[in-house]
Design a binder for this molecule. Sequence first.
Ligand code: PMP
Length: 331
Amino acid sequence: MSHRGKDFTSIIQKTEADFRSLLGVGEEYDVTFLQGGGTGMFAGVPMNLSGGSSGTPAYLSTGTWTIKAIKEAKKYCSPATVASIDLKEDASAKSFLDRASWSLPSSAPYFYYCANETIGGLEVSRDHIGNLGETPVVCDMSSNIMSRPVDVSKFGAIYAGAQKNMGPAGLTVLVLRKDLKGKAMPITPSVMDWTVMGDAKSVLNTPPTYAIYMAGLVYDWVKEHGGVAGMEEASKRKSALLYNALDKSDFYSTIVPEATGLRSRMNVTFTTPSADLDAKFVAEATAKGMIALKGHRTVGGLRASLYNAVSEDSVAALVDFMTAFEQQNSQ
Ligand code: PMP
């Protein structure tokens, strides 16, 4: 099947149309299917929007994925970190979201943040960022896209790797306000140039056809389950079930305290009283078919990812297992 033939053209057009209708993306935005993942976008954002070495985009640093984005941006421009939070040092600090304390560069070509820090389990909403006037807001939604409604009109650009909530790995979706086109640095490779790729309707070269087809099927499934609003309701129920169980236990501790108001609905991070018990927890859960509960290798502990594909029954089974594990392992 040719990627320019009529069969695939109708697949990619339907996939784009469904993505637009699910997230409410208007005609003033391009929706482009790219490759390179979130990491590709850490370079793609500054290449396309910073204006080059003298550009000083603003970055809100909330954890691993923004730290990596800032490091990559430094190859192309001069990013300024307006505020940062280190979950390991000071998880309770909400003050980093206090706009008055931010050191915003005077002429930032964009303001960048990550909507959900997948490793730490910290979710920041567009409302936390507030009004930034003409400065376009760029957001990495890789790990929470389609889990809650988004007011797209408040963003200059949104991107997300598909592999959490939208389909298999290999596809990156970009939403770009059209007035931000035409600003790429001359060194930008064509496949990373958002204007070139957008104008070519995602088929400048062979796109990740199978991942696009699968994402289209996922969008059908999301529509059948109440759209993004339905995903949000389920996500609220799933995360509440788990956080409630964690909060009423003296055995488990959450990494992100309730009081911050920043707990992720997608990635629930927690620990048992010791690293040894964390390891025992993972081993016993795995034996019961509950997989991928080990915290990210850089932070340790435990992490339950509650992406759209995770059923409420699965979360209930995890909570039952956690209760039994606590009883067996409490002194
Ligand atoms: N941003 C976020 C929020 C992520 O969770 C990830 C991957 N887990 C990335 C970026 C990097 O994505 P990729 O592996 O597709 O490069």
